[in-house]
Design a protein around this ligand. Sequence first.
Ligand code: NAP
Ligand code: HSE
Length: 425
Amino acid sequence: MRKITVGFLGCGNIGCGVWKLLHEFEKDLQHRSQVAFEVKKILVRDISKKRDEMIPAHLLTTEPKDVTDDPGIEMIVEFMGGEEPATRYMLRALQMGKTVVTANKMALALNWHLLQEAAQKHNAGLYYEAAVCGAIPIIRTTIDSLQANRIETMMGIINGTTNYILTRMSQEGSAYEDVLRDAQRLGLAEPDPTSDVEGYDAAYKLSILSSLAFHARVPFDVVYRQGISQVDAKDIAFGKELGYTLKLLAIAKREENVIDARVHPTFIPHEHPLSSVNGSFNAVFLHGHACQDMMLFGCGAGSAPTASAVVSDMLYAASRETPRHPTFRNTNALAENLEVTNDWHCSFYVRLSASDRPGVLAHITACLGNEGISIRNLMQRDAVDGHAQIVLITHNAGECAIHKALEAIDPNEAKVESMIRVEGK
Ligand code: NAP
Ligand code: HSE
């Protein structure tokens, strides 16, 4: 039996889940892998805090060096969250030659190049399955099982909190704030839930996933991001009537050397496989030139599912003789062989509040027509206070063209209330 000494950076939601899994499943893990993990030190902010697990007091410390610099600790497992000081502590551990396993997509997406450089320089391992989609093995699937593919599209629900919120808003008509509070209570949300609802969390994950899928660094700052805090329940209801479900999708597409990478609320047809991914579940739908369509589905957030991925990384790291790193040039900039476009193509849902008088519809369709945009569906609701609700869905069109068309609409004729992208048809 090989013994591996471990230090934790953090012991909140995820840390307690990892502690629990390591202990309740200890015998099976040892039997299966011939590895015994011994947690020697745990860094926290507040030693006196009550935790979900009974952690022996002598293991807790508020001194980072007790974990990162202890030569008796071989592996560091990080679930503190945030960019700093987590990045600094992980860099220190790597410089000390320790293996690092992290669940922290923010620190990884923003500082991957620094972490990988330190890991390679000091021959240390860096593993991050838990950073993207909780329990779903999307990282190893992408880098191992799909090696023989040119991945052209990745489209996923990769944030559990927003999917939980949108599902309940859509199914129960619940208010946004109430559902967000429930997501926090369930331990799905980030320490700062703005990261979830404004799409940062999904954008960090998409930066990591698309870099691995395209074998080229796609930095966080090239990912277009729009969250769900401005979503209007009216649009969810109109979309439903027209056959669409609203999801916060993370989308990365590649055509030759041009990519788009974006996170935004998106309508998908009810019959699309991603449409039935509800609650805090995550799923990634991808297309590779050889494997064709594929979807991975599972628990994307929460203590036990995330612990499953963390412990699997610990075992994976323990089983490798040499550390494994991505082979692309990992710098902070977009890979030289790639170009990012903000003029992606999809359909668009538009809701307008229009004056209920002759010629208004003609004006709207002319503005769209001038940009070469054709309408697929159109619905008008009875006027309230002289204003009719017009909802339309376009055929495939360019992002720049729809913006130009909507800007051309005279606000005295019709006011654009919302525009939501539509994918999957
Ligand atoms: P959490 O409950 O807030 O736990 C954070 C832990 O880190 C706490 O134990 C805290 O100490 C400690 N900590 C934070 N800042 C510290 C500092 N400056 N010095 C020392 N200790 C510090 O957060 P969480 O939900 O477990 O998430 C942790 C990480 O896992 C994040 O990177 C998150 O993105 C990632 N993740 C979360 C989920 C999920 O479902 N929640 C899923 C996948 C990945 P105290 O306990 O003393 O406050
Ligand atoms: N806050 C994240 C989510 C945790 O809701 O998906 C999992 O990464």
